[in-house]
Design a protein around this ligand. Structure first.
Ligand code: ASP
Length: 407
């Protein structure tokens, strides 16, 4: 019998996990450890891969000019797609108006969502690691990226022998980490099955939640899903095609493993090793580009999250009967973009950032209580879109650098 391709295995695992979670909801907690181990394994490999691949990639760039050009293209594409995603979300939520007439009794006081975010200035300052080992152990992606870029760059500025030793060392380390990733990837269907069945089981028997999901929250969730589907199914493909004339849908198929993993784990950070691996193996993007664009994207480029922030802020305003002016909606678009840049690639990060957007336009923070019931349902598609946005950027940048891709 022909072996079923891994992305089909993952899709089947997700589909079977739904009835399994409903029928055996008492049993699913006992397999939760499978999902926990899978996510831990992905996180285990994440920082080592980013660190070694960035050093290897940047040291092969050869100078300020290349690095600056690559960074310029990457940031421009990120900003463009994030803005488009938020605008799309804001348009949809204005058209369907899911919040009008929403039942405010649903609101709960939200205590654990206090806004403890760093200010924008502090975020910039903290990109420079005070102690790189602390940031490595804590998994703080931006300082690690910064240090690795610097290290990779200066590894080319030393004498030939030292330079070769360093690049050889990190290239070999990266090869080993990739092999480890390959091994972890094989367990994706199992991990995904455990995660999804537990998500489904957790919703079971909660009639109040079910009714609220079916009512206006259902329309709100549908708007988030529709936005994500339109962005990933039409906007991003149109951009990829427009910039490269390559087949964007073939690219989506090639990315099915990271996309499905992102969808199930709700963490673009944990998915990162798979994203890097598949972009190189399937699409043929060089390590140089993949290692620069993708780790950066997983921390700062979140199309799905930006879309979600915009939809949510306006949904909450509608639910409270607050009429937002065009100016206020514009502020929501801008803060949504900033909030998505500041959100971490972990589950629920986007929900925490909603507080930032709400306070920017003076909307009631308690509004977050309205959306808690469908939090996970909205996290799944937006995380997949976050990862898709990153891989599209990698395709566009790689193509513009003259790379030959399998698309
Ligand atoms: N879960 C998302 C991610 O990891 C972030 C978010 O909550 O919006 O990409």
């Amino acid at each position: 019998m022909k072996k079923i391709a891994l992305h089909w295995q993952i899709l089947i695992a997700i589909i079977i996990a739904v009835p399994f979670g409903i029928l055996f909801h008492e049993f699913t907690p006992s397999i939760k450890w499978l999902g926990d181990m899978f996510i831990r394994a992905l996180k285990m490999i994440s920082i080592p891969i980013v660190f070694s691949s960035l050093i290897m990639g940047v040291s092969s760039l050869g100078g300020y000019k290349d690095l600056g050009r690559l960074a310029g293209k990457t940031f421009s594409f990120y900003l463009l797609t994030t803005l488009l995603a938020t605008t799309l979300g804001v348009l949809l939520v204005n058209i369907f108006q899911p919040g009008i007439g929403a039942d405010l009794n649903l609101s709960e006081t939200v205590t654990d969502l206090a806004v403890t975010k760093l200010s924008f200035k502090d975020q910039i300052v903290s990109i420079i690691p005070e102690n790189i080992f602390v940031d490595l152990t804590k998994g703080n992606m931006l300082p690690v990226i910064f240090f690795a870029i610097l290290f990779g760059f200066f590894a080319t500025k030393v004498n030939e022998k030292s330079s070769l030793t360093m690049t050889d060392f990190f290239t070999s380390a990266f090869d080993v980490f990739m092999k480890m990733t390959l091994f972890i990837v094989r367990f994706t269907p199992l991990g995904v099955f455990a995660i999804v069945s537990n998500i489904v089981a957790a919703q079971n028997g909660d009639h109040e939640r079910l009714i609220s999901i079916i009512s206006s929250l259902g329309v709100y969730t549908a708007v988030v899903w529709a936005g994500c589907i339109i962005h990933s199914g039409a906007v991003l493909p149109a951009l990829v095609f427009g910039f490269t004339r390559l087949n964007p849908y073939k690219h989506i198929k090639q990315m099915s493993i990271p996309l499905l993993t992102a969808f199930s784990t709700c963490s673009s950070g944990a998915t990162l090793p798979l994203t890097i691996k598949e972009s190189q193996d399937k699409t043929g993007i060089s390590n140089k580009i993949a290692s620069f664009v993708l780790p950066l994207g997983s921390t700062i480029n979140m199309n799905g999250t930006a879309l979600y922030e915009g939809v949510t802020a306006i949904f909450i305003a509608q639910a409270y009967g607050i009429d937002l002016s065009i100016g206020q909606q514009f502020v929501i678009v801008l803060t949504s973009v900033l909030a998505s840049i500041g959100a971490a690639g972990i589950p629920m990060a986007g929900l925490v950032m909603v507080a930032v957007v709400l306070s920017a336009v003076g909307l009631p923070l308690e509004g977050i209580g309205l959306i808690l019931a469908v939090q996970q349902l909205c996290d799944m598609p937006r995380t997949a879109v976050n990862v898709h946005g990153d891989t599209c950027a990698a395709v566009v940048v790689a193509h513009s650098e003259g790379e030959k891709l399998n698309l």
